[in-house]
Design a protein around this ligand. Structure first.
Ligand SMILES: [Zn+2]
Ligand SMILES: [Zn+2]
Length: 294
């Protein structure tokens, strides 16, 4: 039994998000897929898992719809447990920068695409350029592009407040990067609207780069938002570097845990902890406060 995980998005005006949501539910039922899909007026964003024949059937059906013919599908090996159920929701946006009505419309403004191959060549060329990592800090902790500027945010919505961190790069060649590309469509548009003159976004995101160049200029592993949490290719190879560090003993490690206090609301409740540092009772706490309130 071979499972496959699909990751995709498409910024395109969806006139009736609710109807699309219902259609997506039916599609997933029909092909026996489990998923998390968000539909909004600005587009669709999804990740789903099923047997390989079924994920392909889903791609074929989506591709027959003219709105979705040019979706860039990211495929990876699944476990069969990536998602608990079919989960399709209508939201105001598929990804939000939190700018309210002024939020960036990627259908109108975004950076130019740079392919994984072109980015690879840039690295090899020695030219001056800056890779900006638009993901959350806990994602960056286990892997990121070489020499990347890691935006210090625990949520994408904080990006506008951290613009000062990269203000000095306004006239430089910058490449925005994220897992599959969806956040960069907005982030690159946001940079352009704030006077950045030479903005590129990595087409297909980090996952596409890693598929083509495992263990090259992307160091460590990729954080993914499904039951696998951590993903990589050829991670057993001696070329592979472990970037993550255990919070408590600082040993190299990419094992994520969640704070064991069930009411924990700390944005840092998801962190890296090695098996030895997890208490004998299997519990892990983000803070002394949570430990006391268990
Ligand atoms: Zn440890
Ligand atoms: Zn906690």
């Amino acid at each position: 039994m071979k499972y496959q995980v699909l990751l995709f998005y498409k910024y395109i005006t969806i006139h009736d998000p609710k109807a699309e949501m219902l259609r997506q539910k039916k599609l997933c039922q029909k092909h026996n897929l489990k998923c998390r899909i968000i539909v909004a007026k600005e587009g669709i964003n999804g990740t789903l898992e099923g047997l390989t024949g079924n994920t392909q059937a889903y791609i074929d059906e989506m591709s027959a719809d003219e709105r979705f013919t040019d979706i860039h599908w990211k495929k990876s090996v699944g476990t069969g447990n990536a998602f608990p159920r079919i989960n399709v929701k209508v939201r105001p946006e598929i990804v939000t920068l939190g700018l309210g009505k002024e939020d960036i419309d990627p259908n109108a403004t975004s950076g130019k695409y740079i392919t994984a191959e072109e980015l690879h060549e840039l690295y090899e060329s020695g030219k001056e350029f800056y890779v900006i990592d638009m993901r959350n800090d806990y994602e960056q902790a286990i892997g990121h592009f070489e020499d990347a500027i890691l935006m210090p945010v625990s949520n994408f919505r904080e990006i506008p407040d951290k613009l000062n961190e990269i203000e000095h790069l306004k006239d430089k060649l910058v490449v925005t990067t994220c897992t599959g590309g969806i956040r960069c469509e907005k982030a690159s548009g946001f940079l352009k609207e704030h006077g950045f003159t030479n903005v590129y976004q990595l087409h297909g995101g980090m996952q596409t780069y890693i598929e083509k160049y495992p263990n090259k200029h992307f160091k460590g592993k990729l954080y993914v938002f499904d039951g696998r949490t951590v993903w990589g290719i050829n991670t057993e190879s001696p070329e592979h570097e472990v970037i993550g560090r255990c919070r408590d003993c600082n040993k190299k490690c990419d094992n994520y845990v969640d704070c064991s206090y069930i009411h924990c609301r700390n944005p840092k409740r998801h962190f890296i902890l090695c098996k030895e540092c997890i208490g004998e009772n299997g519990k892990a706490y983000c803070s002394e406060e949570c430990k006391q309130s268990k």
